[in-house]
Design a protein around this ligand. Structure first.
Ligand code: FAD
Ligand code: NDP
Length: 597
């Protein structure tokens, strides 16, 4: 399985042992065989290495050498698995025959359901390889009535508006906390006589201006996506699709006009939608589907949840000057490295976000007109202008008709169960947030969509690799990582095998500011001591975390070791160089705070 291109299993049947010996002796295999073994090895397996990767039975002319039996083969595999060789070794995907043929007679080769990150990427790639493709994308309004254009979650109600608001909030914080220490002030401000420092710049924020600039930018993207689909000859249908049978979907447009279209293959890329808040009055809460479209300033806000979405929204709202509280049911950022997650919580607390720990909302009710009173599980209550529920996302498969086509879903999360993105109905595939086990990240959906389209329409044998995907949490202090958390590494390999190298440092951009005196960056790498000090996790909490981690992700794909990491010459003065100069081990007990340049 590991070496599909290098190993072939050839089966021969012999009437008896003597015929087997005759075959070995008569054939050109003998010389190799005797040279290696001397005695004449006559138990299976008998393994030769061939010169070429040709298909078919054994050919003496094609033998490079006789390898031996079981043990010799395992030794060869171990040798072959050295890191340099491993780089190009990938399992060849074996998919179930989906019955596709050139003359299938359906309307399309491929219908993609969902025009988000994964669906659009797959549709364009399939069309590039000559497939006749239609893409259905239809946005069902949120319970609050919010709706948007082509491009899916990332573009309209996810990564893009979130990152733009985050950039705005970070910019405001720099203006407040740093600018005066670089001699930048409001017009007419004078340095303090005693301290010689300028007063911090005062600002105010205009929600409506930020919101409409961001929305205008997104509308431009919606338009570009339509143009790109047209350029690639993908037929875009602004219609809601539901399966009728394995080759037919019913499609309904905005006016309720229904028709049917058929295809040889389908790709389901419908993503997910925010999980509603399950408590009395929960429908008064908005979700991330609404927050970027709010016509009025969100004001005092409660963010329910403690993972990516809640913390990112709480972060940018607080950064824009709002009074923000996070209601945390258990811990921050479950699944992430605990030490890094705690640092994020501490930074956010120090920068104005309130946390209500170990509580959930029990009841939401309208008070004073449009305000919302929230009663929590610990009996406390408070009144907010906005309640944002960010308690996870649910796959958007409820009304897709999957039961009509026997597509298996995971009952816990309604996601489609797949093997190599192929569902239990062989001509129906799934990528992105709707696929069970797929990290809910845009680049993962895109890459899986492109790779699948190449396998389906360009004869590719490549499979999507879901391991070691970098990710960044865009909280006020950003956090990026690739690989395992310290806790997961210990669980996987055992405490004895794991070493952590860590450092706490002040990024240069914050070093002048007195307002930042409590803000440190932090990085750590997690290493498997028993595997040549292989790096199994890299973590960084600090400015520009996403930019810092991307390149380290490449190294992790190539099985980075600690010695390779520290042999790499850093770029000075950057935060990323702190990672390539990590030397303090956690086991040494030395202080992780570095001296600085
Ligand atoms: P989606 O992008 O959700 O697209 C699915 C599309 O299918 C939608 O347009 C939907 O309307 C449509 N659809 C659904 N049902 C039907 C139907 N029956 N017929 C026709 N069309 C249908 N990821 C990152 O990598 N980085 C980030 O910084 C990041 N930030 C995020 C911030 C927020 C607030 C959220 C919510 C998500 C964020 N994500 C981020 C996650 C990222 O947005 C998703 O992983 C990604 O969009 C998933 O792409 P997809 O193609 O699977 O589905
Ligand atoms: P997650 O599923 O990651 O987290 C849900 C959060 O809500 C957890 O903190 C959970 O707490 C809490 N929660 C769940 N149910 C309740 C409840 N009934 N009451 C109170 N709290 C509750 O969801 P998100 O919505 O944050 O994000 C969804 C996905 O979107 C992420 O996994 C990520 O892949 C993607 N995303 C990526 C981003 C990025 O790349 N920067 C940004 C935003 C989203 P508990 O721990 O107790 O279960």
């Amino acid at each position: 399985i590991l070496f599909p291109n290098r190993l072939r299993v050839v089966e021969h049947e012999f009437e008896d042992r003597s015929k087997f010996r005759e075959w070995l002796v008569d054939d050109g295999f003998r010389s190799n065989f005797m040279e290696t073994d001397g005695k004449g090895h006559a138990t299976s397996p008998l393994v030769w290495i061939s010169k070429t990767q040709s298909e078919g039975g054994p050919d003496p002319a094609d033998i490079e050498k006789y390898l031996g039996g079981h043990d010799a083969t395992l030794d060869w595999c171990r040798e072959f698995m050295q890191p340099a060789e491993m780089r190009n070794v990938k399992a060849e995907p074996v998919m179930v025959d989906d019955g596709h043929s050139a003359d299938h007679g359906y309307d399309y080769d491929l219908i993609v359901i969902g025009g988000g990150s994964g669906g659009m990427a797959a549709a364009k790639e399939a069309a590039l390889h000559g497939a006749k493709v239609a893409l259905c994308d239809f946005v069902k309004p949120s319970p609050q009535g919010t709706t948007w254009g082509l491009g899916g979650t990332c573009v309209n109600v996810g990564c893009i508006p979130k990152k733009l608001f985050h950039i705005g909030a970070t910019l405001r914080e720099s203006v407040h906390a740093d600018a005066n220490f670089f001699g930048i002030s409001s017009v007419g401000a004078k340095p303090d006589d005693m301290m010689g420092q300028l007063p911090a710049i005062e600002t105010e924020t205009h929600w409506d201006v930020a919101k409409s600039n961001i929305q205008n930018y997104i509308r431009g993207l919606n338009f570009k996506y339509r143009v790109r689909l047209r350029e690639k000859s993908v037929n875009y249908l602004n219609k809601l699709a539901t399966f009728k049978d394995a080759h037919t979907v019913e499609v309904k447009d905005k006016k309720g006009v229904v028709s049917e279209i058929t295809a040889s293959r389908f790709l389901v890329a419908v993503g997910g939608r925010p999980t509603p808040l399950d408590c009395e009055g929960g429908d008064l809460a908005i979700s991330s589907d609404d927050v970027f479209f709010l016509n009025k300033d969100p004001g005092k806000t409660l963010c329910v949840g403690a993972s990516y979405i809640s913390l990112e929204c709480a972060g940018f709202l607080a950064g824009l000057g709002k009074d923000v509280t996070c209601a945390v049911r258990s811990i921050l950022l479950r699944g992430f490295d605990r030490e890094c997650s705690e640092r994020i919580g501490n930074y956010m607390k120090a920068h104005g976000v309130n946390f209500k720990m170990q509580v959930t909302p029990k009841k939401l009710e309208k008070v004073d007109g449009d305000r919302i009173k929230v009663t929590f599980s610990d009996g406390t209550d408070d009144v907010y202008d906005t309640v944002l529920a960010a308690v996870g996302r649910t796959a958007d498969t409820a009304k897709l008709g999957l039961e009509a086509v026997n597509v298996e879903t995971n009952p816990k999360n309604r996601k489609i169960v797949t093997k190599l993105e192929q569902s239990s109905c062989p001509n129906i595939y799934a990528v992105g947030d709707v696929m069970d086990g797929c990290p809910e990240l845009t680049p993962v959906a895109i890459q899986a969509g492109v790779i699948l389209a190449r396998r389906l329409f360009a004869g590719s044998k490549e499979a999507m690799d879901y391991i070691n995907v970098c990710t960044t949490v865009f909280t006020p202090i950003e956090y990026s990582c690739v690989g395992l958390s310290e806790e997961d590494a210990i669980e996987k390999f055992g405490e004895d095998r794991i070493e952590v190298f860590h450092r706490e440092f002040v990024p240069l951009e914050w070093s002048l500011s007195q307002a930042r005196h409590d803000s440190n960056s932090f990085t750590k790498i997690v290493v498997d001591k028993q595997d040549e000090e292989r790096v199994v996790g890299i973590h960084y909490v600090g400015p520009n975390a996403g930019e810092v981690m991307q390149g380290f992700g490449v190294s992790m794909k190539n099985r980075l070791t600690y010695s390779q990491l520290v042999e790499t010459v850093g770029i000075h003065p950057t935060s990323a160089e702190e990672i390539v100069t990590l030397s303090i081990t956690k086991s040494s007990g030395e202080d992780a705070a570095a001296g600085g340049c």
